[in-house]
Design a protein around this ligand. Structure first.
Ligand code: FPP
Length: 242
């Protein structure tokens, strides 16, 4: 029988689906865009809290490929918010030693946004306190298809043999190349779905769902989830330790 050592309950990566901005605004009779604005403020608080808690990787679902189907008004407001943060956040990231990475389909985004993303990635690449990975125009199925195409291309060129294709090689073709799989996934707002988020990477992740809407999420709730995670037994398909 396998007995797991406590070492296996490592915690280096938290992924979050930040849901409920619209409902938060609606409850207050405010436009949805104000919910996103408040949500973006919470992003800052949670990044700092995660870093303080010693988390090495934080991955946030900021905009999914499916979110493009929202009204032009809402998409534009989200893009403007994004522009604002991309332009103003470099100093803060540097001060906190945070390296930023973006995952998703960049060609869907406006050129000025793509340029700011590349600049932030380049200028923070050496920071090693925490990696903040932002999923933007991201869809996991699209990511997997993209990876499959890259693998096929390598095989077609004769750079790899079919037998060389394994989990490691495939993982390295994903946008998240080099980032360990999440230990914890949090989804706020009471919904219990993955919504096309990190389908490959979440294979053995522990899931936490909270009814709290994203704009009401805070450091205390994050720390409660971390605490609760520590007492979960991660088995990775093995037999329960006796
Ligand atoms: C889900 O709430 C949230 C989003 C679609 C976007 C998340 C964005 C932020 C937290 C702001 C920072 C991000 C950017 C791009 C600057 P919802 O709108 O689906 O809420 P609802 O389910 O209550 O309608």
């Amino acid at each position: 029988m396998f007995v797991l050592s406590s070492e296996e309950n490592k915690l280096e990566h938290i992924a979050i689906i930040m849901d409920g901005n619209g409902r938060w605004a609606k409850k207050r009779g405010l436009p949805r865009t104000l919910g996103h604005r408040k949500g973006a403020e919470v992003v800052k608080e949670i990044c700092q809290a995660a870093e303080k808690a010693g988390i090495k990787y934080l991955t946030l679902y900021a905009f999914s490929t499916e979110n493009w189907k929202r009204s032009a008004e809402e998409v534009n407001a989200l893009m403007d918010l994004l522009r604002q943060y991309l332009k103003s956040d470099l100093k803060e990231l540097q001060d906190h030693g945070v390296c930023i990475r973006f995952i998703g389909e960049r060609h869907m985004l406006a050129p000025d946004i793509v340029e700011s993303m590349a600049k932030l990635e380049e200028e923070t690449a050496q920071n090693d306190k925490m990696t903040l990975c932002v999923a933007l125009s991201y869809g996991s199925r699209q990511e997997i298809v993209h990876a499959a195409r890259r693998v096929a291309e390598l095989a077609k060129r004769g750079d790899i043999n079919i037998e060389d294709i394994d989990e490691k090689l495939f993982s390295d073709m994903l946008y998240t190349q080099g980032i360990p799989d999440p230990d914890i996934l949090i989804r706020t707002s009471g919904e219990q779905r993955i919504s096309n988020y990190l389908l490959w990477q979440l294979a053995y992740t522990e899931f936490f769902f909270t009814d709290t809407l994203w704009p009401d999420f805070n450091e205390k709730l994050l720390l409660e989830i971390i605490d609760s995670y520590k007492s979960r037994e991660r088995r990775y398909g093995k037999v329960k330790a006796q």
